[in-house]
Design a protein around this ligand. Structure first.
Ligand code: ATP
Ligand code: MG
Length: 392
């Protein structure tokens, strides 16, 4: 048995009994919405936490546990693994168990449809599904069994978030080939069509769904999102202010930008802009590693964008590639510190240093967009401070 730290309470569960018998011997069992599955799944509740326990062959339980750990390392939306065990029942049969944290507030798609009326959620549900697959693929994860039944949905601030719940067939690679992505999409289309046919058979599906081509809609949305995250743009050297615009467009789609690549094309009159999208908290860690600064993810993202712009500028000035560590050191000395010195009054009024700096950046973009050229940090800072000092 392998259990992650902090879950010793699970030891009291009747591990040596088949999962279907737990009901008779375990008072922790609770009833919660559950999707259709081949394996037995039960939920157990403790004072502050609920877990999902799935019974399956021991080697497969271990494999799925490992895959879920890899997804967690990459900060992808999936259920959190807690432990797995290989057990031998009284009758000599061998089984494995996989324990995951119950995903709070999440619902299988059936429950979602029954509770809130299908039509309202249909498009958002399909979009969330496509978004999940794009995020997995960006991170090099091949799912292999993407379906509505293997996804949980959660309402998050008005949007619908999709989470991977079944990682049995998943595989993590450095990057995915176009062939692997296509294969995953084919599986998705087939599975979703099957999930919907099941719902229709159970008469839980309104007429309009049968006419609607849901699998195709997911694929279309997937293609749109994928094209957006992998799009390369060509900009003029004087248009660097367009970089944050592109980054904000990707952020709005739920992606973070881990890296910005700028490459001169042809005679150098154009630059090719390529963004590498990544996942949540990426920037916080990166910013902290490079500069020691602590910021929220969104702030860190804005600050890292600046560091990348500094890197691009330095590379052009020196006519060679400059390491990110060098660029971030220059950025700290030449941008962050002088700005913080001037922002002392703002910070003293209770605004966090990173937040104050980000407000200046936002102000700079606002002014740059209006002027259709980069107004520079200095000018933005001066204007920002004038406004700040104005009696309100
Ligand atoms: N951590 C969890 N939080 C919430 N619900 C969960 C969790 N784990 C499992 N479930 C529920 O149990 C159902 C079955 O889980 P899962 O898909 O992993 O089983 P499976 O038998 O491997 O499925 P398949 O038949 O696709 O192989 C899910 O659809 C989900 O509703
Ligand atoms: Mg499943």
């Amino acid at each position: 048995m392998q259990l992650r730290e902090g879950h010793a309470e699970l030891l009291e569960l009747p591990w040596d009994r088949p999962l279907v018998e737990w009901e008779q011997v375990c008072s922790r069992l609770v009833d919660l919405p559950r999707g259709i599955s081949r394996h037995e799944v039960r939920f157990v509740a403790f004072a502050s936490r609920v877990y999902a326990v799935k019974e399956l062959a021991a080697p497969i339980a271990e494999r799925e546990y490992d895959r879920l750990m890899q997804l967690e390392e990459r900060r992808l939306p999936a259920v959190t693994p807690v432990g797995h065990a290989a057990v031998r029942h009284a009758d000599g049969e061998q089984q494995g168990l996989l324990v995951t944290r119950f995903l709070d507030r999440a619902m299988p798609y059936r429950a979602l449809f029954q509770s809130a009326g299908l039509a309202r959620y249909r498009d958002r549900l399909l979009d969330a599904m496509a978004g999940l697959l794009v995020r997995l693929h960006v991170a090099g994860v091949y799912w292999g069994d993407c379906s509505l039944s293997n996804t949980l949905f959660r309402r998050d601030a008005g949007a619908l978030g999709a989470y991977l719940v079944d990682a049995e067939t998943a595989d993590v690679h450095e990057t995915l080939s176009a062939g692997q992505r296509t294969q995953d999409l084919l599986i998705l289309e087939e599975n979703v069509a099957g999930d919907l046919a099941d719902l229709a058979a159970a008469a839980e599906l309104p007429e309009e769904w049968l006419k609607d081509d849901a699998p195709e809609r997911i694929r279309r949305r997937y293609d749109e999102l994928w094209a957006e995250v992998s799009r390369e743009e060509s900009i003029a050297p004087g248009e660097l202010w367009r970089i944050p615009e592109r980054v904000r467009a990707l952020n709005a789609l739920g992606f973070s930008v881990g890296e910005i690549e700028l490459q001169a094309v042809g005679d150098g009159s154009r630059l090719r802009l390529r963004t590498v999208v990544t996942d949540r908290d990426y920037h916080r860690h990166l910013l902290h590693d490079l500069t020691g600064l602590v910021a929220e993810e969104h702030q860190a993202e804005l600050l890292m964008n600046e560091v990348h712009e500094s890197k691009a500028r330095l590379s052009r000035e020196l006519d060679r590639s400059v390491p990110l560590s060098v660029a971030s050191f220059r950025w700290l000395n030449e941008h962050w510190q002088p700005a913080q010195a001037r922002l002392a009054a703002v910070v003293a009024s209770g605004v966090e240093p990173a937040e104050a700096y980000c407000q200046v950046l936002e102000h700079k973009w606002f002014l740059s967009e209006r002027a259709q050229q980069d107004v520079g940090l200095e000018a933005a800072l001066t204007d920002y401070l004038t406004r700040f000092e104005e009696p309100r």
